[in-house]
Design a protein around this ligand. Structure first.
Ligand code: XMP
Length: 492
């Protein structure tokens, strides 16, 4: 019944996720026992198959911290100076708790009136410089600054001089235990004598109320794992040095067409210079492209060309491939060399994640799926009464003006042509909520297919046990919600 993947994907059609559907198989285990543990690259293990894309409206330190604490990983974008990118990496690695609180820092000589009366934080941390990463001197509680009438008065007059702190290396349970034992509302976290953040009792309560987290992604150094995007130009060698010094666990060579002499040279350079560092190449969509990068020594392959929600590459350049076909074709060859595949772009629901993983990917990389979350960079705005966040393609003119043109243009290109758009996505709340629910949905999808792990899904597909079909236009309509006058779209 149905087609094997081999037969379906060898007919000369470019299929995307929505075109295909799996036929159910046989269930003999509960969904909760499905294992989502996987590999990002040869040497990087993750407990969930989720990767935040290196885009400047998706992954900076806040997203990287969140993804690592959930058991996935974030790749910090390179559309900034090497030192800014390195700062995001260092910041991510200085954390062991799932969130970034963004506390208020002041110096003793600042006035009480300089503190925003409506700030949500329960305290102001007083440091030598009035900024983070400086010696902690004390704190002022919110009740003090809100009720004071003398706004000109100095912070030092009201500061509690006995600053309480815990090492930033404490994980969530340890900090929560400390706050409970000491009956405190907040505590500063300190790294090498310098204050990094504050954790409040309200933060602890919020995290406890969320769905259970997976095993956090922690490297051999005991710190959160984080990746860095770099390009393939000569100056990217300097960027590479910055991000490696900052502690990046893996680098991603960021290019829309990865099968190039520039990328092959860069892969060899990275492996020669930092033999211990995993390097992910791409993007590729064919077995031929993948073969070349595998030969050059990549530890992971990023798959997708023009399938992203903000991409116009296929329209502008007439090059690319349907994402389901691309993931299947590249995975087929990468698997033979033990190189994990990242299915990059085109993920807009948990069903797409299941399809990508079963067709051979080890992880999915997401842009728009994560862009409207609290953890994505940028502030929320309102558009027609809806809360939205900006999301833009790295090949949009706006992003390229900031420097991301290396991904889309050669060194010599004088005229900039956009391969992406600038847009906005709806507020999605916190990744701590929707990622665990999405992962539960993925487990149920794998259970329907009789796959108790990602490896077992790959094996069932290759051994022709799993069967698929192409959905006609009408079947796709039938597979979505239809025939209702209205409905509320709520998944959890
Ligand atoms: P999603 O669908 O998750 O896609 O939003 C994210 C992926 O899209 C790629 N990307 C682009 N591709 N023009 C393109 O052709 C662009 O401007 C652009 N920006 C990002 C990238 O692979 C990302 O992970």
């Amino acid at each position: 019944d149905g087609f094997t993947a081999e037969r379906l994907f060898n007919q000369g059609y470019s299929y995307t996720y929505d075109d295909v559907i799996f036929l159910p198989h046989y269930i003999d285990f509960p969904a909760d026992s499905v294992q989502l543990g996987t590999k990002l690259s040869r040497n990087i293990h993750l407990s969930i198959p989720c990767v935040a894309s290196p885009m400047d409206t998706v992954t900076e330190s806040s997203m990287a911290v969140a993804m690592a604490s959930l058991g996935g990983i974030g790749i910090v974008h390179s559309n900034s100076s090497p030192s800014d990118q390195a700062a995001h990496i260092r910041f991510t690695k200085s954390r062991r708790i799932p969130f970034v609180s963004d506390p208020i820092f002041k110096s003793p000589s600042d006035s009480i009136g300089s503190v925003d009366e409506f700030a949500a934080s329960p305290c102001v941390l007083v440091t030598e410089s009035g900024r983070a990463n400086s010696k902690l001197l004390g704190y002022v509680s919110k009740s003090d600054w809100v009720h004071l009438s003398d706004k000109e008065s100095r912070i030092s007059n009201y500061m509690v001089n006995s600053p309480v702190s815990v090492p930033a290396s404490y994980d969530f349970e340890r900090v929560a235990g400390y706050l409970a034992a000491e009956k405190r509302d907040f505590v500063a976290t300190v790294n090498d004598g310098e204050v990094v953040d504050v954790v409040t009792a309200a933060d602890v309560e919020r995290i406890r109320g969320l769905p259970r987290l997976g095993v956090p992604s922690v490297g051999a150094d005991g710190e959160f794992m984080v990746g860095a995007a770099i390009g393939t130009r000569e100056q990217d060698k300097e960027r590479l040095e910055h991000v490696v010094k900052a502690g990046a666990n893996v680098v991603v060579l960021d290019s829309s067409q990865g099968n190039s002499s520039y990328q092959i040279d860069m892969i060899k350079y990275v492996k020669r210079t930092y033999p211990e560092l995993d390097v992910i190449g791409g993007n590729v969509v064919t077995a031929y492209q993948a073969h070349n990068l595998i030969q050059a020594g990549v530890d992971g392959l990023r798959v997708g060309m023009g399938s992203g929600s903000i991409c116009t590459t296929q329209e502008v350049c007439a090059v690319g491939r349907g994402q389901a076909t691309a993931v299947y074709k590249v995975s087929s060859i990468a698997e033979q060399s033990g190189v994990p595949v990242i299915a990059d772009g085109g993920i807009s629901n948990s069903g797409h994640i299941v399809k990508a993983l079963v067709l051979g990917a080890s992880t999915v990389m997401m842009g728009s799926f994560l862009a409207g979350s609290n953890e994505a960079p940028g502030a929320y705005e309102y558009q027609d009464g809806r809360r939205i966040k900006k999301y833009r393609g790295m090949g949009s003119l706006e992003a390229m003006t900031k420097g991301s043109d290396a991904r889309y243009l050669g060194d010599t290109a004088k005229l900039k042509i956009a391969q992406g758009v600038v847009g906005a996505v709806a507020d999605k709340g916190s990744v701590f909520k929707f990622i665990p629910y999405s992962m539960q949905a993925v487990k149920q999808g794998l259970q329907d297919l009789g796959a108790s792990s990602l490896q077992s899904a790959h094996d069932l597909l290759r051994s022709r046990v799993l069967r698929l079909e192409v959905r006609t236009g009408a079947a796709q309509v039938e597979g979505g919600v239809h025939g209702l006058v209205s409905y509320e779209k709520k998944s959890f």
